[in-house]
Structure formats: structure tokens, C-alpha cells
Design a protein. Sequence first.
Length: 130
Amino acid sequence: MILYIDTTKREFIKLALIKKQEIFLLNKKVETKQSENLLKLLDNFLKVKKLKLKNLKRIIVNTGPGSFTSVRLGVILANTLLYSLKVPVAGVSQKEIINKEDILKLSNLKAEYEFVKPFYYKEANITQKK
């Protein structure tokens, strides 16, 4: 089973599960607190589809471009699952992965046992320069 994670847009969480060329897609609008909803949504999604994280064979994460915090959420989740489950991860830098067919095409992407890095659309502006 392959997990696809896309948190590049602040107001959406997009997850997909690919199992034997069958794809289950979740595209959830979240008004606020994307970080608090991501794990809950993933857990619920797996339960509804009667699937388990331990059955993951690969993870694909959209690494951006996108907002600083949103992109980091998806990448952190992918890297955490890589570390904890020993599952390879592939990072894709795609502006728009719109539908199931786009995600299904990614299922053949080569994944590595290395952490992926986020890609932001601009430099982080956390504090003002003095």
C-alpha cells in the first residue's frame, strides 16, 4: 500500500491510499489548525478503509511549493513514518496534483530510505531583520 500526502495548501489536506491499483482519495477542507487535523484525518481515513499503517510499502509526499508551515507538515509526517516504520519516501515537487490519475502515475516513483526536504515558494520570513 502507498500513502500520498499533500498539505501544500493551507486550507486543504489531501491524502490518498493506493492498494493494488485501487485508489482511495480524501480531500478535506480545513478552516484552521491543519496541524491538529492531519493525524486525525489519516487515522480516520485508514479506519474507514479498513487499512493499517503497518501495511505501508511506500510514501509519496508533495514537497511544494507551498506555504512554509503547510509544506512542513506533510514532509514531517512522511519523514516520521519513514523513521518509525522503515518505509521509503519519495518527494515530489508538483504545483498541482489534481485527480486520482495524477496520483496513480506517481505510484511508480522510486522511493528512498532518506529524509525528504520541503520546497517553499519563497524564503521564510519569521522575524524582521534589524
